[in-house]
Design a protein around this ligand. Structure first.
Ligand code: PLP
Length: 421
């Protein structure tokens, strides 16, 4: 064994990293046993801290995707680890038919800090969106002659359960057609199209304030204000899907407040649990129309996930946290703009710490692969769009390091392209 291998072994022992599953064995297991639901890189990650991840070979990666904005406080943040440790010792899940202190505290805090009347905790963003659809349909029965049509936007993403998929566009699940009836899609940021689509069968308009999966496309202020006005004029519900934009991602607890609008129903997920599965459904006024049996689930609001949500919420609500997110976001935006200028790339857009860099070609998957080789984790939201959703606690130093690695990834892709000519 050479010196390098010995050093690596010693480092691994010191970090108590489990012995790596041989890469070939892992690939075989992945191919044979894991349902191919999503594209996965070959790396096996064994440890994470803040903005960094380590693979089974001991290699470090700077993580600017954080599970697509799930790990809001980065990997294994102290506040979350301590809260989970304490809660696992005390009580994990009393069962959905019972209360825990954490459940009551979290729904109360979510209501207080978002100006909502009721909250419910679920397992995933898709499930929260299902809940929003169900609440809207119920409200339509109570208040709008049974209307159940929901208008959503082109290129929207509300999750991958059948109802959430039916609300999304395009539905990536052609083989599980038919989807749920009762959804129509209109172009995003187009008020005239929305006006034309609404009729007496419409019960709600459901939108993301910033379309994350579509490539970080923000609603314009004019549009979202106009949508709110239309909903009020017609007496229909406004549902905002803040699964990606909520819990500080946009530099405020909700993106809604940055737009100065007020929805009737809001969905939260991703960052709320800081990496632990947790989502929430918030309702205001007459949209609080759920009754026993309509939303329930075995794991909903269990003590462990509630503890995670409370730890995340307490952290993001600390004084100065959102200002810090905004400052880091500006630093990231400026760096990306400089890089875009240097490499002749396109628009940089986003808010808070959710940003996209539009590329001049459909090379985003190639850049993501090259970045991985440079020890940088990125996401290609679209074939021509790189998405950046780092930990909300990311440092300026992390951002500068990411920009260096991204520049090297661009150079790799450029060299590979030249060699193909
Ligand atoms: C806006 C939005 N809503 C809902 C979802 C679905 O969330 P989950 O993957 O937790 O089901 C996503 C996931 O990307 C999303 O971006």
């Amino acid at each position: 064994m050479n010196l390098f291998n010995l050093r690596r072994q010693a480092a691994r022992a010191a970090e108590q990293v489990p012995a790596p599953v041989a890469m070939a064995e892992a690939e075989q297991l992945s191919r044979d046993r894991l349902m191919p639901a999503t594209e996965r890189a070959a790396q096996i990650f064994v440890r994470g801290q803040g903005s960094w991840l380590w693979d089974s070979e001991g290699r470090a990666y700077l993580d600017f995707t954080q599970g697509c904005a799930v790990n809001s406080l980065g990997h294994s943040p102290k506040a979350l680890v301590q809260a989970l440790n304490a809660q696992t010792q005390a009580l994990i899940n009393p069962g959905a038919g019972f209360h825990s202190r954490g459940l009551l505290k979290l729904v109360n805090q979510l209501c207080q800090h978002t100006g909502s009347d009721q909250a419910y905790l679920l397992n995933s963003g898709a499930e929260a969106c299902e809940g929003a659809i169900k609440l809207a349909r119920k409200w339509g029965q109570l208040h709008r002659n049974g209307a159940y049509h929901i208008i959503t936007a082109s290129q929207s993403c509300h999750g991958r359960t059948l109802g959430a998929l039916s609300a999304s566009d395009p539905s990536p699940c052609n083989r599980c057609e038919p989807g749920l009836p009762g959804f129509s899609k209109v172009p995003f940021n187009d008020l005239a199209a929305l006006h034309a689509a609404v009729d007496s069968s419409t019960v709600a308009i459901m939108l993301e304030p910033i379309q994350g999966e579509a490539g970080v496309i923000p609603a314009t202020q004019h549009y979202l204000k106009g949508v709110e006005r239309l909903c009020r004029e017609l007496g229909i519900l406004l549902i905002l899907d803040e699964v990606q934009t909520g819990i500080g991602r946009c530099g405020a607890l909700l993106a809604e407040t940055t737009y100065g609008v007020r929805a009737d129903i809001i969905t939260l997920g991703k960052g709320l649990g800081g990496g632990v599965p947790l989502a929430a459904l918030l309702a205001r006024g007459s949209a609080c129309c759920a009754e026993v049996g309509e939303l329930e689930g075995s794991h909903h609001g269990n003590a462990l996930m509630s503890a995670a949500g409370l730890a995340v919420l307490a952290t993001v609500l600390e004084p100065g946290f959102f200002e810090q997110v905004q400052a880091s976001g500006r630093h990231l935006r400026d760096g990306l703009s400089r890089l875009a200028g240097r490499y002749g790339q396109g628009e940089v857009r986003g808010q808070g710490l959710l940003w996209a860099l539009e590329l001049s070609d459909e090379l985003a998957p190639d850049v993501v692969k090259a970045a991985l080789q440079e020890g940088l984790l990125l996401n290609a939201a679209q074939p021509n769009v790189l998405r950046f959703s780092p930990a909300l606690t990311v440092s300026h130093g992390n951002i500068d390091e990411m920009l260096l690695r991204l520049a090297r990834a661009f150079a790799r892709v450029h060299t590979a392209q030249l060699s193909l000519r």
